[in-house]
Design a protein around this ligand. Structure first.
Ligand code: 5AD
Ligand code: SF4
Length: 462
């Protein structure tokens, strides 16, 4: 190692794939490494440690890891030739699902660490460098991880906060129950402490994260309202966190239709700090397919849930996930998905071609749909969803929305913020407004954002 680099401390490059949960985990890994002298860098080339925080949800996502490891091998070989060192770690869901295979297929990897074990990163790293052999850590220790991750540093005015992990639903297409394990909820006190500490550091908005965030359940905290030993659901938790001074906005994701309860719907209707945006994946609109997917709900129950939620919070923006080409999906089944989308009217959505995942029941089902057919269906579905998104965005023109300014824009004098509906909003505003919430009149829409102008206080009052 050169003297210059020793003086500057060590560096870590983290590449994050997949969902918000991984974004949160990557931030926490950076936080765990900071006391060891690691600073985060933007490129892998000169990093002492490279972490790939991987996603296993679809085949393409998993394959990306191996091609990235191929590129890293070249960098590492050149570095080692120059007498330098580089530790390569694979974290996340591919690590969990394919740990031994990664080590066999990519000997360049020094450390494989699963999503429930990364809180042990400092020790594992020490072991990997000491033993100079591959270290594999994929044990499930979620509760221990939650305890260990209590302290953290905020990075900007909006932050993720994990409150729940894992999934017991076993949708037949999905690897998550195998990679992230059973549903585990974090306790109220630990969540509250993390939220308070974020608020003290200037965080205005928290997004509560969980694979099935609305399956979150925990004992009410001792000593306050509800200390009678009752169990809280997500609605009660949100109301509790809304009492924290400084926190102005609360969001949560991802929810499952099976776990939407009246307590949560009531909170959405009554708690102003809860933002009017709900990500509630439905995956498909045909009951036959929903059953084959083991979703535990029908199209009708989903639609009536949405009606109830809209009654409680009429301005709520809805978002969903969709899969086209699940085994056995006929044209007629696919048309049912389009019909459901027409009925709901989404503000945003994510849609995917079914990807056959080894070990899941769907992979072995008869009636696998041809790739060309999946492509056709995805194009049609995405056109419809995109038209709905554009219409929702256009409908904001002329409205005044509170915007939380999160980061500088690309142009000088511009800031980028978020509307309550999670839209990106570009505004000319002074840097001093970063981290604050201010009213913005929406003037225009671009393909991926809204554009608006700051509304002066006098105008708002008028
Ligand atoms: N193929 C395609 N999409 C999938 N998803 C999960 N598993 C698969 C799969 N095997 C999608 C679902 C889920 C989102 C996170 O990813 O829509 O809600
Ligand atoms: Fe996967 Fe279904 Fe669990 Fe969501 S609810 S993580 S799609 S198994």
């Amino acid at each position: 190692m050169t003297q210059a680099r020793q003086k500057q401390g060590k560096s870590v490059f983290i590449r994050t794939y997949g969902c918000q949960m991984n974004v949160y985990d990557s931030e926490r890994m950076a936080g765990l490494l900071k006391p060891l002298g690691y600073g985060v860098v933007e490129a892998p080339d000169a990093a002492d440690l490279v972490i790939l925080n991987t996603c296993h949800i679809r085949e393409k996502a998993a394959e990306k890891v191996y091609s990235e490891l191929g590129r890293l091998k070249k960098i590492k070989t050149a570095r080692v030739r120059d007498g330098d060192e580089m530790v390569i770690a694979v974290a996340g869901c591919v690590a969990q699902a394919e740990g031994p295979e990664i080590i066999a297929r990519a000997p360049v990897v020094d450390l494989v660490v699963g999503p429930q074990a990364y809180h042990q990163l400092p020790e594992l790293l020490a072991r990997a460098t000491r033993e100079r052999g591959e270290v594999l850590a994929t044990d499930f220790a979620v509760e221990e991880k939650f305890d260990r991750l209590a302290e953290r540093q905020a990075d900007g005015p909006a932050a993720y906060l994990t409150i729940q992990e894992g999934c017991d639903k076993f949708c037949t297409f999905c690897v998550v129950p195998y990679t992230r394990g059973a549903e585990v909820s974090r306790g109220v006190d630990a969540i509250t402490a993390e939220a308070r500490s974020l608020a003290v550091q200037g965080v205005k908005e928290i997004t509560l994260l969980g694979q099935n965030v609305n399956a979150w359940r925990a004992n009410a905290p001792a000593g306050g309202a509800g200390s009678d030993g009752s169990t809280w659901g997500l609605g009660e938790l949100c109301r509790h966190l809304a009492k924290i001074d400084g926190l102005a906005r609360i969001r949560f994701m991802t929810s499952h239709p099976r776990d939407i309860d009246d307590g949560l719907i009531a909170a959405l209707g009554e708690e102003e700090k809860l933002m009017p945006y709900l990500h509630l994946p439905v995956q498909a609109g045909s009951d036959k397919i929903l059953k084959a997917m083991n979703r535990g709900h029908s199209a009708k129950t989903y639609i009536s849930q949405i009606a109830k939620i809209r009654m409680a919070r009429p301005d709520i923006a809805l978002s969903g996930d969709f899969i086209v080409g699940f085994p056995g999906e006929t044209n007629e089944d696919f048309e049912a998905t389009l019909a459901l989308v027409e009925e709901i009217q989404y503000a945003s959505a994510y849609s995917f071609k079914y990807s056959r995942r080894p070990g899941t029941p769907g992979a072995a089902m008869p009636g696998q749909v041809a790739e060309g057919e999946k492509n056709q269906r995805l194009i049609r579905l995405q056109a419809l969803l995109e038209a709905q998104r554009a219409a929702f965005n256009r409908a904001q023109i002329g409205k005044t929305l509170p915007v939380l300014f999160e980061k500088p824009g690309r142009h000088p004098g511009q800031l980028i913020g978020r509307s309550p509906y999670l839209q990106s909003v570009h505004v000319d505003a002074p840097q001093s407004m970063l981290g604050s919430i201010a009213p913005v009149r929406i003037a225009d829409v671009t393909p991926n954002a809204l554009a608006g102008v700051l509304v002066r206080k006098a105008e708002v009052a008028a």
